[in-house]
Design a protein around this ligand. Sequence first.
Ligand code: NAI
Length: 210
Amino acid sequence: MDKKKNISMAVIKRLPKYHRYLGDLMKNDVDRISSKELSETIGFTASQIRQDLNCFGDFGQQGYGYNVSELYSQIRSILGLTKVYNTAIIGAGNIGQALANYTRFEKLGFKLKIIFDINPKLVGIRIQDIEIKDIDYLTDYLKQNPIDIGILCVPNNSAQKVCDILIKNGVRGIWNFAPVDLVVPKDIKVENVHLSDSLLTLSCLLNDIE
Ligand code: NAI
């Protein structure tokens, strides 16, 4: 696990794609694959793949390629997918409800335990059999039920306040959908998801400057 500390953010960002492709290869009973073959499906260059995978072990063998299941399990371990994370969604509006309805996160080990909202009209409603609770109950709940990841789907003006409560009560990871730069202590990990950034990237590509 020490090796993980030396892995660059750029490599970490590519790992989910390796995980996805190697998972597909396993499903198709592929035992081994060369960096060239992997490159043809995954879209990274063969030398990029060799460099990336060298970061966390000696998997490739000249003339043999990579052992798919070994590599897959190593990547799962580096991605922290060998354990289960308890998650809570805060804000059960459009995004919160869409995420709560997406059950595939649970297959990856992210278990949605509870949903909170401030709107009394939403409190009591069930999504995928999980009841939406009143936000006033958040602190009490967290004190009794450890949550690893808080999924922030509240409006901008509430995001920092809710984030502070989560952190104060033991949450160490924030998956932030609100377009706000959260201020958090160093040991807290925040991953921001901004769909509009991705859309603007597409717009930029469509309007290639000559
Ligand atoms: P929404 O208005 O449908 O849902 C927000 C929910 O948060 C509402 O149900 C509201 O009652 C609840 N809420 C408000 N204050 C709260 C508090 N203090 N505690 C608990 N619940 C509270 O909004 P939508 O469309 O789901 O967007 C949610 C957030 O995501 C917003 O910050 C929005 O700007 C952002 N957003 C992010 C995108 C992305 O790509 N990450 C894309 C679109 C929106």
